[in-house]
Design a protein around this ligand. Structure first.
Ligand code: AMP
Ligand code: ZN
Length: 507
C-alpha cells in the first residue's frame, strides 16, 4: 500500500513520494524558549517524531531539522507584523521572581537579564523533556536543532535577496516588509485571499497602523530597534529579524534544498507563520513550492480549550511526570504513548482517565517484551516488514498515520497470544522502533546520566554496597554515615531482598 498523508496545501490525502529516492528531508517548527514547553507543544513535536520513525522503519533515511526560536520576539508575533511586549524581557522578569522564591534552583541561571542565558536555560529544559519523551531529534542537538540566533547573517542575506528581487520593501518606518501582493500564491496554504487579509483575517492581521505598509498583510522581515533586548547590526539599522524568516533560512541551510519533502507544525502555525515561510522561500528560490507536504497537528485541549501558555491552562512535561498534575508519578513512556495515540488531525483532550488507559497499554507492552526476552534469551528471529502484525501495523500508519488502527492491530495480535516467541520478539522490536515505549530506546542512558548528574558525582551503587558491607561488619556508625550521604543528596534509602537500594526522591 502506498503511503498517504494529508497535505494542508492541497486539502487532500496524497501519495507520499520523496523528492530524492529513499531520503526524506523534513523540517519541524520547534519551541520558543521563553518558558517551559507544555504537553500541547509536545503533541506537535511527537507527531513529527512519529512521522520520522514510521518513515525510517519504511526504509527512508530521514534528515530531520527542528529550530529553536531564541530571538527575542514579541508577544504579538502571531500578528503578521508583530508588536506587543518582548517575550524575552517578560521571561527575564519571571525568572528573577522565580529565583527569589527559590523556584529556580541556585546556579541554574546566573543572570536572567542576559537573554542568551534565559534562552539556554529553557533550551536545556526543552531538550531534557524531549529526550525523556523519546523525541529522536533531541539526541541530535545541536547539529539538527539550530538556534535562530546563530543564523542572523543568513537571514539578512535572504532579506537582501527579497529586497533585490522586488518581494520586499523598506516601509515608512524604516522596517523591512515582505510584500504579499508580489507573491501570487500568498494565502494558498491557509485558504486566505488578499482581500480577506485586507479585512484583517479574523483579527490575525494587525490593523492599527497601516501607514507604513503597502498592504495590511505585509509582514515584517527586519525591524530596526535600538532598544530591543536582542539586536544585531544590519544594512537596515540595528534591530532584529521578523519571526518567519528564521525557518526559511534554517530549513534551506541545514537541509540543503530549496524544496523539502515535509514541513510540520501545530495547526496555529498554518497562518501566518507557514504562509509567510512559503512566500519567503519561494520568493528567493523561484520554485513553485517550499515543502511538498505541509502537515499540521490539531491542538491538545484541556476541558475543551486549547492548551496554551497565554491562557495559563497548561501542564509542563515535568509537572505531569512528577505527579503534580495527577497526584502520582507518570512514566515518560506513558505520557509519550498518551500524546501519540490519537490521530494527529483530531483534537485530543488531556484527561487523567486517558493517562490511566495509556499506563495500562504500556504495561501490557512492557510485560510482553519482558516475557519474550526471557523466553528467547533475547534472540529474535529474522523477519522483515512483511511479517503479518508488522505489515498490518505499518499499513495502518501508511493511511495518514492511522495510529488507532495500528494500535488496534497490535493489541489484537497480543490478545491472540503469538506462539513463536522469537518471531514475536522480532515483531515487537520493529513496532517499538516507532512507538518507543517498551522499552524506551534511551531510557537506561538517560537514567544513568540523570543519576550521575543528580548525585553530584556520588557513586550511588558503591555507597549502597558500602552500607551492606558495613552492616555485615556490624559497623553501624559507618553504615549510618553512608546512608546520610545518600539522603543529603536527595535519595531515599531502603532495604530490599537484593540489599540496600537508593532511589532519587521526586521534588
Ligand atoms: P511555540 O513554542 O508556542 O512556538 O509552539 C511550538 C509548537 O507547539 C508549534 O508547532 C505549535 O503549533 C504547537 N502547539 C502549541 N500549542 C499546542 C497545543 N495546545 N496542542 C498541540 N500543539 C500545540
Ligand atoms: Zn517555523
Amino acid at each position: 500500500m502506498p503511503i498517504r498523508f494529508y497535505n494542508t496545501l492541497t486539502n487532500r490525502l496524497e501519495d507520499f513520494n520523496s523528492v530524492e529516492p529513499n531520503v526524506v528531508r523534513m523540517y519541524s517548527c520547534g519551541p520558543t524558549v521563553y518558558d517551559f514547553a507544555h504537553i500541547g507543544n509536545f503533541r506537535s513535536f511527537l507527531f513529527a517524531d512519529l512521522i520520522r520513525r514510521f518513515l525510517e522503519v519504511q526504509g527512508y533515511d530521514v534528515d530531520h531539522v527542528m529550530n529553536i526560536t531564541d530571538v527575542g520576539h514579541m508577544t504579538e508575533d502571531h500578528l503578521a507584523d508583530g508588536g506587543g511586549e518582548d517575550k524575552m524581557e517578560l521571561a527575564a522578569q519571571r525568572l528573577k521572581e522565580d529565583k527569589k522564591s527559590g523556584k529556580v534552583p541556585d546556579g541554574a541561571i546566573e543572570n536572567p537579564d542576559d537573554p542568551y542565558q534565559v534562552a539556554q536555560y529553557f533550551t536545556d529544559a526543552f531538550l531534557g523533556d524531549a529526550r525523556k519523551l523519546g523525541l529522536k531529534i533531541a539526541f541530535e542537538y545541536p547539529e539538527k536543532i539550530p538556534h535562530a540566533t546563530n543564523h542572523i547573517e543568513d537571514m539578512q542575506l535572504m532579506i537582501a535577496e527579497l529586497l533585490k528581487n522586488g518581494h520586499a520593501y523598506v516601509g515608512a518606518d524604516q522596517a523591512v516588509y515582505y510584500s504579499v501582493e508580489s507573491f501570487p500564491n500568498y494565502g494558498k496554504l491557509s485558504g486566505n485571499s488578499l482581500d480577506q487579509l485586507r479585512e484583517g483575517s479574523g483579527g490575525r492581521v494587525e490593523q492599527k497602523d497601516q501607514s507604513n505598509k503597502k498592504h495590511p498583510g505585509d509582514f515584517l522581515l527586519w525591524k530596526p530597534d535600538q532598544s530591543h533586548i536582542m539586536k544585531w547590526d544590519s544594512p537596515w539599522g540595528t534591530g532584529y529579524p521578523g519571526w518567519h524568516i528564521e525557518c526559511s533560512v534554517m530549513a534551506k541551510k541545514l537541509l540543503g534544498r530549496d524544496v523539502i519533502d515535509i514541513h510540520t507544525g501545530g495547526e496555529d502555525l498554518i497562518f501566518p507563520h507557514h504562509e509567510c515561510e512559503i512566500a519567503q522561500s519561494c520568493g528567493t528560490s523561484g520554485e513553485e513550492s517550499f515543502a511538498r507536504f505541509w502537515m499540521h497537528a490539531r491542538f491538545l485541549l484541556v476541558e475543551g480549550e486549547k492548551m496554551s501558555k497565554s491562557k495559563g491552562n497548561f501542564f509542563t512535561v515535568r509537572d505531569v511526570l512528577s505527579g503534580k498534575v495527577t497526584g502520582r508519578d507518570v512514566h515518560p513512556a506513558v505520557l509519550r504513548y498518551e500524546l501519540l495515540r490519537s490521530h494527529y488531525r483530531s483534537n485530543m483532550n488531556f484527561t487523567e482517565k486517558g493517562l490511566r488507559d495509556s499506563a495500562g497499554a504500556v504495561r501490557k507492552l512492557t510485560e510482553l517484551n519482558a516475557r519474550l526476552e526471557e523466553q528467547t534469551g533475547g534472540e529474535a528471529a529474522q523477519i522483515d516488514n512483511s511479517y503479518p502484525v508488522v505489515a498490518e501495523f505499518l499499513q495502518a500508519l501508511s493511511d495518514d498515520l492511522n495510529i488507532s488502527g495500528a494500535l488496534g492491530c497490535l493489541f489484537t495480535w497480543i490478545s491472540q497470544k503469538p506462539d513463536n516467541p522469537h518471531e514475536a520478539l522480532a515483531a515487537l522490536r520493529i513496532i517499538n522502533k516507532i512507538l518507543d515505549v517498551a522499552p524506551m530506546e534511551h531510557a537506561q542512558e538517560l537514567a544513568d546520566s540523570e543519576e550521575a548528574s543528580d548525585a553530584g558525582g556520588l557513586d550511588i551503587k558503591g555507597l549502597c554496597q558500602g552500607i551492606d558491607a558495613a552492616r555485615a561488619n556490624k559497623d553501624y556508625a559507618k553504615a549510618d554515615e553512608l546512608r546520610d550521604q545518600l539522603q543529603d543528596a536527595g535519595y531515599e534509602v531502603r532495604n530490599s531482598p537484593e540489599g540496600t537500594v537508593a532511589t532519587k526522591q521526586l521534588a
